[in-house]
Each structure stands twice: as C-alpha cells, then as structure tokens.
Design a protein around this ligand. Structure first.
Ligand code: 13P
Length: 257
C-alpha cells in the first residue's frame, strides 16, 4: 500500500502564495513511486495550482485535494462547491474535518452524503474521525470513532469502500486547538486498531489506508509512521513550510524501506 503524505493548508495563503509554495515544493521533492503527496489549498487556489501542475507535467508528483465539498451537483447553494465543479481539478477531498464538524456544525448525515458524493464523482474522500478532549477524558474514544465511521460510511457500498481513505485526528492533538497535547504513539496505535476493527466489522474486509493527523512534525513523524496500521499522515502546521513538508516526505520514504 502507498504511504499518503497530505498537507491541509486550511485557511492560509493567498492564491499567489499558494502558487509560490507549490513552485518551491516541486523543486524540492523527489518523486517516489510508493508515496502519494497531496496538498489541500483553499478552494480559491485550486484552479491555479491545477493549471500549474498541468503546465509542468507534475501531476504525478503532487496531487490536489479539496478541503470540503458539497454533495449536490448544482443549484441554489450559496457559497458551496460541488463535486462536479471540482472534477478534473482535485483527486481527493478532505471530508468531515473536526473544524468543519465543530466550528461549522457539519452533521454526520451531511458528512455521509459528502463521502458518497465524492465517490460518485471519482474523487477519493479522506474521511476524518477523532474524539474531542472531553470524549477522551470520559473514556468514549472507541464509541466515538466507531459511531463516526458507521455514520460517515453509511452510504458507501461494499464495492466502493476500497475508494475511501480514513484519517484519525484526535481533536485534542490538533496544533491550533487551545491546550493541544501531543498524542503518544500508544494512544494513536489503540485508536488506529479500533478504526481497522470497525472497518472489518462493517465490511468484512479492511483495505483502507488510515492516516494519522495531529501536531505531526519532522521530529515525531517517524514514530507515527511506524505504528502498525498507519498508512500516512495528514498535517496542518507542518505542511505550511515547504522544507518541513518535504523533509517528512523523505522520511516517509526511508520508513517505507
Ligand atoms: P496540525 O498538524 O497543525 O496539528 O493540524 C492537523 C490537522 O488538522 C490536519 O488536518
């Protein structure tokens, strides 16, 4: 299985800055067959970066992801972007990120529709799951992860499940969250195991890449990447610095060998 190194830029960088970043990253990175490098810029920069990648025939080196999408194809949905509008521009879409769930009030039902819509449009959903600090303190991690998977994958058939990537992001470990703590590899290992167990329980098979995200940086990335069942990383802060992001890509290759 490939290792996925995904950078979620969140609401950072203007279009110009995004383009300069990509230019720098393309100069830095080596193309490794077993590593899938994905960046998720803000929606407004997607088209520019897509053209930039086409122009330099670099679509193999770096793939694009949307940070969100809407599940209807077109219509009166002010401010939303549909799968059909993203087709040909992105290969991936981050869905159900905790910032979407808790800042913008996205529900499990909406998330499941978005996952299904992405699959219909041949965009690979990266479904984010993860417990909050309170849920963890109350010992609810297992229940929360299982519930989020059950509901997020509600409309995904046995045939389509292989098209989904799962990202485990404990909300309390995300660097921008107040009082964020670093998740220990043991913490992560247990949750990753729960995720794989639930996939097996729901689909009688478990072929999905599962990524880890939460305060990953070049010094701790190796420890997370070597946890059994972890197939890559989803990063916020560290993905905003091209040198750091590239260092983690190189590290992922070394860990793979
Ligand atoms: P940080 O890497 O900044 O903790 O962000 C994680 C994240 O939310 C990626 O989606």
């Amino acid at each position: 299985m490939k290792t996925y190194i995904v950078g979620n830029w969140k609401m950072n960088f203007t279009v110009g800055e995004s383009s300069i970043y990509l230019h720098k990253l393309l100069k830095l990175i080596h193309f490794y067959r077993g590593i899938e490098v994905v960046v998720a810029p803000s929606t407004i920069a997607l088209q520019t970066l897509s053209l930039q990648l086409n122009r330099q025939s670099n679509r193999k080196k770096v793939k694009l992801a949307a940070q969100n999408l809407y599940y209807r194809d077109y219509g009166a949905y002010t401010g939303e972007v549909s799968v059909s509008q993203l087709t040909g521009i992105v290969d991936y879409a981050i869905i159900g990120h905790s910032e979407r769930r808790y800042i913008f009030g996205e529900t499990d039902k909406e998330i499941s529709k978005k996952v299904a819509a992405a699959i219909r449009g041949n965009i690979t959903p990266i479904l984010c799951v993860g417990e909050t600090a309170n849920e963890r303190d109350f010992g609810e991690t297992e229940e929360v992860l299982k519930d989020q998977l059950l509901s997020g994958l509600r409309d995904v058939s046995l045939e389509d499940i292989k098209k989904v990537i799962i990202a485990y992001e404990p909300v309390w470990a995300i660097s921008s969250v107040k009082g964020a703590r670093l998740a220990s590899p043991d913490d992560v290992a247990r949750s990753i195991e729960i995720i794989h167990e639930q996939l097996k329980a729901l689909y009688k098979k478990d072929e999905n890449p599962v990524l880890y995200g939460g305060s990953v940086n070049p010094s701790n990335a190796g420890a997370y990447l070597t946890i059994p069942g972890v197939n890559g990383l989803l990063m916020g802060g560290s993905s905003l610095i091209a040198d750091q992001f590239n260092a983690i890509i190189d590290l992922a290759k070394r860990v793979q060998n």
